[in-house]
Design a protein around this ligand. Structure first.
Ligand SMILES: [Zn+2]
Length: 246
């Protein structure tokens, strides 16, 4: 059987039966895959800590539709700085869940792979705040082709003025001539998100409190619109105090 060498993040991991584990992997080469690690719970020698959530690993597997078979995994980094801060754990789990829920199986997404790597490194370095979270999310939406139009009305195409835009259900942004109701998203919030897309780098975009809150309202609505279920880790993130309470 053909053995492939891949790079991956472990985005979730669960026990299976007495001695095995099933891991959800986000690989550089093939995007999201599910892997079966036989004997991973009995023998720590074979996989060690490489199948913990957040671990960045080099691995060998037999790729199959549905469930690939893991042969070996070596740790590149475990991001141990994330594991000792509750807010960082909450943000990291949420980011991994977004990748797991919103990406198609078996489709390479190298830009998203690099974005997740940069975000986990940022969390690992002791930074975990909502501006970073929104930067990750808007770039993820953009890479997946789900980004709302931040500069122009989604219906008539006119450029948003100083009043910003009105958000419709699903996160669609429209101008005041195309809709009379909807949550107002200020131009400062839209500008902040555009800057997040332009830089793509953590720590460079500053939001004021109102803009951050409104950017969050828009992104939460857009993400929810593209997922068939609620994100499990969102409640934990809100409890851990890492989220604005919009
Ligand atoms: Zn319009």
């Amino acid at each position: 059987m053909h053995l492939e060498k891949l790079q991956a993040f472990v985005i979730s991991s669960s026990d299976y039966g007495e001695s095995d584990r099933i891991v959800s992997l986000f690989t550089l080469e093939h995007g999201r895959l599910k892997g079966f690690a036989r004997g991973a719970r009995n023998s720590r020698k074979r996989f060690g800590p490489a199948l913990e959530t957040f671990a960045r690993i080099d691995l060998q597997l037999n790729r199959k539709d549905g469930l690939s078979s893991l042969r070996s995994a070596d740790v590149i980094t475990l991001y141990s700085g994330i594991r000792c801060v509750l807010g960082a754990i909450a943000h990291g789990l949420y980011a991994c869940e977004l990748v797991e829920c919103l990406t198609p199986e078996g489709q390479p997404l190298p830009r998203l792979y690099r974005l997740l790597a940069a975000y986990l490194e940022r969390l690992d370095s002791g930074h975990s705040d909502d501006a970073d979270r929104r930067l990750f999310e808007i770039n993820l939406l953009n890479i997946l082709g789900y980004r709302p139009s931040l500069q122009r009305c989604g219906r008539c195409g006119s450029t948003f003025d100083a009043h910003g835009a009105l958000m419709q259900q699903g996160g669609e942004l429209v101008c005041r001539f195309c809709a009379v109701t909807g949550r107002q998203i200020t131009s400062a919030a839209l500008q902040g998100l555009s800057s997040c897309l332009a830089t793509g780098r953590f720590g460079l975009v500053a939001f004021d409190q109102e803009s951050l809150q409104l950017a969050g309202v828009l992104i939460d609505e857009s993400l929810a619109n593209h997922s068939s279920r609620k994100f499990k880790s969102l409640e934990f993130l809100q409890q851990a105090g890492g989220s604005d309470r919009s």
